[in-house]
Design a protein around this ligand. Structure first.
Ligand code: NAP
Ligand code: G3P
Length: 482
């Protein structure tokens, strides 16, 4: 199958203009399943990054002064443009990151819904007033008016696996609250990012409010993060990268959504049919390339054999192959990711794990693999595969499951499967994660729920209201009435 995207060289977009870089360098974007370049993006220079940030600052004052209901209209239009271009954008997502067309289209529609909900939420976000005399000795003549104001220029950095949704989940809260944005997409996701900008340009927004900078994070990432013109960073990506950014960024607000090793805890009394379906859906959607994927099963030994058989049955129903055939298990984002996942499988097998199904590879297509009798000395018990491999760890009690769950450096989400709600809450209350799903797969959505990682899984919170708060600060004006 050949790419249907013309092998274009895409330009970057700053201050309302599409431009080529003076570096005359570009970065090839390789399709993970077509195994051929589908386009080139600009490798921007530091001077061009300086220009982008300077122009974003210039635009920010007028944008913040624009009536909120006018900013809202631009962004509603953006949502409509994304829906109008959903086929083109979904095709781009598929070819660029290997996500099947159904999931890619779902991502675009989810993003348009995200924009509309975020705008609506902002229109109904009001400040508060406070009277001085409610504090001992405070004067009745003092009245505080508390509002939220924008931070300035937000640096939004997004990952490859949701190249549209996890970009706009930063861009729209920043823009609607009066910030301007420097948007750095994942390199493999940059063409999808450019399609987002094309849609926004169609909405007729003022110049300079949203600027896309392209080039490898390893080349321009540190310069962006350390730039004195950046007032806030919203990042989604791996824990290693996020930790690096946190060390580099200055005294500015950060929101970091990082890696995960979400456990699926299956109690002795669980509905095993339900658990099996939810676990497989949670572990293997988009080949497990989701931060919230279930990445380990902690199951009571008394029901482990039955659950394993059910998991095997569900795995063997999964479609494997090209995203163009609508498959769930698709080639991983690149060969090195395939090498990493295969290495985890081989390490586990070498140390005594039993392959229930899978352990088969064709280039960067890894077949869905279920490993039983995984023990704590195996890498797959602790590493984030970001691929279609699921380790089963057998435990003797809820306490042991909790001990292993909390031993992980990660703390994004967890799933607990039990019929006893008191048992569910007792476990949930002790799990060190941002959120817990009871009798459901781990997932970020719906997008208005708070979404956050504990420990090495993040800093700060996403979720629409939380993102609006993280991209603004309070401003207190005290009236001293006579
Ligand atoms: P990644 O390799 O960490 O890259 C994420 C973003 O950071 C990309 O845009 C990347 O640009 C950029 N970057 C790289 N080095 C940088 C630097 N020094 N300074 C600034 N930016 C830099 O992550 P990924 O491979 O795209 O995504 C997979 C990882 O993200 C997994 O660990 C997954 O768990 C995590 N993730 C977490 C969430 C969540 O909500 N918690 C959601 C999705 C993914 P380049 O592409 O140009 O390198
Ligand atoms: O890895 C992307 C993360 O945000 C997962 O999103 O909705 O698939 O759980 P979701």
């Amino acid at each position: 199958m050949k790419s249907t995207l013309s092998l274009s060289t895409y330009k970057f977009y700053i201050n309302g203009e599409w431009r080529e870089s003076s570096s005359k360098q570009t970065v090839d974007i390789l399709s993970p399943y077509l195994n051929e370049p589908i386009g080139k993006v600009q490798a921007m220079t530091k001077e061009e990054v300086d220009q982008a940030i300077h122009l974003a600052h210039q635009a920010q004052k007028n944008w913040a002064d624009t009536e909120l209901n006018k900013r809202a209209q631009y962004l509603y239009q953006w949502a409509d443009e994304l829906v109008n271009k959903q086929d083109e954008i979904a095709e781009t997502i598929m070819q660029e990151v290997g996500k099947n067309l159904k999931d890619a289209r779902k991502e675009v529609i989810r993003t348009a819904d995200f924009i509309r909900y975020t705008v609506e939420e902002t229109l109904h976000m009001h400040g508060e007033s406070m009277k001085g005399d409610s504090f001992p000795g405070g004067a009745k003549s003092k009245l505080a008016v508390v509002e939220r104001v924008p931070l300035g220029v937000v640096l939004a950095i997004s990952p490859f696996n949701y190249p549209v949704n996890l970009a706009v989940a930063k861009l729209v809260p920043a823009l609607i609250t009066g910030n301007t944005v420097i948007f750095k997409p994942a390199t493999q996701g940059a063409i999808s990012g450019i399609k987002i900008i094309e849609a926004l340009e169609q909405a007729g927004v003022p110049k300079g409010i949203l600027n896309i900078v392209t080039g490898r994070g390893s080349d321009i990432g540190d310069y962006l993060v350390e730039h004195e013109g950046i007032n806030m960073i919203a990042f989604t990506g791996g824990t290693k990268t996020g930790t690096h950014i946190a060390k580099k960024a200055g005294m500015i607000p950060l929101v970091l959504e990082l890696g995960g090793k979400d456990p699926g805890i299956v109690c002795e009394d669980a509905d095993l049919e339900l658990a099996a379906k939810q676990i497989i859906s949670g572990a293997f959607s988009y080949s497990g390339q989701r931060c919230t994927a279930i990445k380990r099963v902690l199951v009571h030994e008394n029901v482990a054999d039955e659950l394993t058989a059910l998991l095997k049955e569900e795995i063997e129903k999964l479609s494997v192959g090209s995203p163009e055939q609508g498959c769930t298990i698709v080639p991983l984002i690149d060969q090195s990711s395939g090498d990493f996942v295969q290495g985890l499988i081989e390490d586990a097998v070498q140390k005594g794990s039993i392959v229930i199904t899978g352990n088969k590879r064709e280039k960067n297509l890894i077949y869905p693999t279920l490993l039983d009798h995984v023990t704590e000395n195996m890498k797959v018990a602790w590493e984030e595969p970001f691929g279609p491999v699921l380790p089963i760890i057998r435990v003797k009690s809820d306490a042991e499951a909790l001990q292993i769950a909390n031993k992980s450096e990660f703390g994004l989400q967890a799933s607990v499967f039990t019929k006893d709600i008191n048992r569910a809450f007792s476990i949930s209350n002790k799990i060190e994660t941002g959120s817990v799903q009871i009798n459901g797969r781990t997932e970020r959505g719906p997008d208005h729920f708070p979404f956050l990682g504990a420990k090495q899984s993040g800093m700060g919170a996403q979720g629409i209201r939380k993102s609006l708060e993280s991209m603004t600060r309070e401003k207190v004006t005290v009236l001293n009435l006579s």
